[in-house]
Design a protein around this ligand. Sequence first.
Ligand code: 6PG
Length: 248
Amino acid sequence: MSEPKIVVLEDAEAACVRAAEEITHVAGEAICTHAEFRLCLTGGSTPVKTYELLATRFHLSVDWKEVQFFWGDERCVPPDDQASNYGMADRTMLERLELRPEQVHRIRGEDDPEQAARKYEDDLRESFSLDEGEFPRFHLMLLGLGDNAHMASLFPGDPALHEQTRLAVAVNVPAEAARRVSLTVPVISLSERILFIVTGEKKAQAVKNVLEGSRDPERYPAQMALAGQSEVMWIIDQAAASLLTRKS
Ligand code: 6PG
């Protein structure tokens, strides 16, 4: 497990700009090396500004026709629902990039959750040309952090945290009386690079628990992203970093 790189920015705006710069940099490297950039997007509200920047200020900095878009998780709602992670990414970024439909690998939130998970696994196996038992390796995995230290839709105490064979699973979210589909830990932690984008004082305790707390992935699922071979980077604002004792 390599030590994560922690980059603290003055405020959320600066953190989102830095995240867009990092994504642009990794995209260029991946496209130069592999002729393709396999990017796994996160949902939630934090990345909205970053996605908007990628589609505007950084639009010409990435060869978007070489990017394959995937998601770390999805809420089980239709794609045009305000809660849809696909819908958020489409409104803020994808619809402005003139992509071919085959570049966008959304999770079908409108389907039965288990069927949606199985369909997403089939898409991943086809997109990454996987044999049975193999896992997809993303060039970059974007992740947010819940104030309870969840990542993707892997929540504290959820049995899905221990899934070691599936690529994606349907999960229950008791706090929301909702269902979601999430990538599993083996997939997330296999990523070449993982970028956490976390802002706001509400996340300060979760950031401290994950980065400086006791090793307890059952309580702090985001710690599981640190246990693999990925190069992990945290881009956080001062508010989210306010409880950290060490800031590199
Ligand atoms: C989701 C995300 C989830 C998110 C965190 C942080 O579907 O909501 O994948 O893991 O990244 O809950 O969400 P905010 O950015 O809204 O605080």
